[in-house]
Design a protein around this ligand. Structure first.
Ligand code: S3P
Length: 426
């Protein structure tokens, strides 16, 4: 449980948000299947990425981790060995889905479990195509729900048209494709984050990209790399919103990854009238990076839907908080995917923000928020979802009365020093 009080003197100063969660997972996994020693700096030591390390250690890979520095002793694809224990992914959908792609091509048996949230999340979006490629996968609900059992082997390439824009689906199939016969092609309806494509290329893999279609040939090996992980724009999002809505604020966020497939939040802030500036734009390890300055702003409501949704899907909980402080109506549509995140984020955002007095309605594929509303203190619940917990804490910064966030421990999944950063800026 954590308590947040209204901030009247503003949030001011500079912070460096923790490493990108998506890139941290991939750096460990790609290092584990590559030949040689991969070194990672800027790694996110959050619970999700620690679950990935734990799973790959159980698969026989020696991994040293100290804070944000990680060393992965890869021995190529053949270096992965049959685990004697069940692999526990904790709360991490990325670990589950990407690892299933890798395990589908390995000639041994594995059992994968996770926490109560993972047990509800749909896995058939990867297990169905991986089965078509030749992997033997079973589990509850005909292989849709954990615990899952996987017996990998010689797989065949697939030409897969995905119904959802999901980087986890795309990445899982591409990883399996690297050790399958022939070519594996994935086409998605909108562009999802492309960290897998960028990092596979950095690890020496040939990846073909044609619009929304990505292909890899089978029989490709990875070569160990030094990976520098930029700050996570999805973690920065909480302070971008806080900086915009808390009076008298100016925050500098250093070293934030600004890959265009992730920066929908910046577009939305600008669309809503936020005072935001990107400086020191540079490239680090194939990923664009910048420092971002955000100041208290007069905000207006907006419409969010279509192609931008995968570019901000994880930021919608905190965008709802932002919209509650903007003049007029904000409509979020085409975001059904929110229903299958760590919680049903349409339901949890709406129920928790209403407890603070927000004017917010759920729709079939998103939500409608009217603002500005003076939020009030109350007790809310993260429902075990890190991003709901942080969004509520940011709402607490502008509520008149203290906001108690129950089950705030979940925040350690992606942002272990979140409350320290609020304190530092206050
Ligand atoms: C992720 C992809 C997204 C995102 C998740 C991380 C990734 O999920 O919501 O937090 O690292 O590939 P989907 O692929 O389910 O959209």
């Amino acid at each position: 449980m954590s308590k947040v009080e209204q901030i009247t003197g503003g949030l001011n100063g500079t912070i460096k948000v923790p490493g990108d969660k998506s890139i941290s997972h991939r750096a460990v996994m790609f290092g584990a299947i590559a030949e040689g020693t991969t070194t990672i700096e800027g790694f996110l030591p959050g619970e999700d990425c620690l679950s990935t390390i734990d799973c790959f250690r159980k698969l026989g890979i020696h991994i040293e981790a100290q804070g944000d520095k990680v060393k992965v002793e890869g021995k190529g694809w053949e270096g992965l060995t049959e685990p004697s224990e069940i692999l526990d992914v904790g709360n991490s959908g990325t670990t589950t889905r990407l690892m299933l792609g890798i395990l589908s091509t390995r000639p041994f048996h594995t059992v994968v479990i996770g926490d109560a949230s993972i047990a509800k999340r749909p896995m058939s979006r990867v297990t169905d195509p991986l089965r078509q490629m030749g992997a033997v996968i079973d589990g509850r609900n005909n292989g849709n729900l954990t615990p899952l059992s996987i017996r990998g082997g010689q797989t065949k390439g697939i030409d897969f048209i995905s119904k959802v824009a999901s980087a986890q689906v795309k990445s899982s199939l591409l990883l399996a494709g690297l050790q399958s016969e022939g070519v594996t092609t994935v086409t998605e309806p909108h562009l999802s984050r492309d960290h897998t494509e960028r990092m596979l290329r950095a690890f020496g893999v040939d990846v073909e990209i044609d619009g929304l279609t990505v292909s890899v040939k089978g029989g490709q090996d990875l070569k160990a790399q030094h990976v520098v992980v930029p700050g996570d724009v999805s973690s920065a999002a909480f302070f971008l919103v806080a900086g915009a809505i808390v009076p008298n604020s100016q925050i500098v966020l250093e070293n934030v990854g600004v890959n265009p497939s992730r920066t929908g939040i910046i577009d939305v802030l600008q669309q809503m009238g936020a005072k935001l500036e990107l400086i020191n734009e540079r490239e680090s390890n194939g990923e664009p990076v910048a420092d971002i300055i955000i100041s208290t702003s007069d905000l207006k409501g907006t419409e969010i839907g279509g192609d931008i949704i995968p570019r901000l899907i994880d930021e919608i909980p905190v965008i709802a908080v932002l919209a509650s402080q903007a003049q007029g109506k904000t409509v979020i549509r085409d975001a059904e995917e929110l229903k299958v995140k760590e919680t049903n984020r349409i339901d949890t955002v709406v129920s928790e923000l209403r407890k603070l007095g927000a004017e917010i309605e759920a729709t079939d594929d998103g939500m409608v928020i009217n603002g500005p509303v003076q939020l009030r203190g109350n007790t809310v619940d993260s429902h075990g979802d890190h991003r709901i917990g942080m969004a509520m804490a940011i709402a607490g910064c502008v509520a008149n009365g203290s906001v108690t966030v129950e089950n705030s421990e979940a925040i350690a999944v992606s942002y272990p020093n979140f409350f320290d950063h609020i304190k530092k800026l206050t």
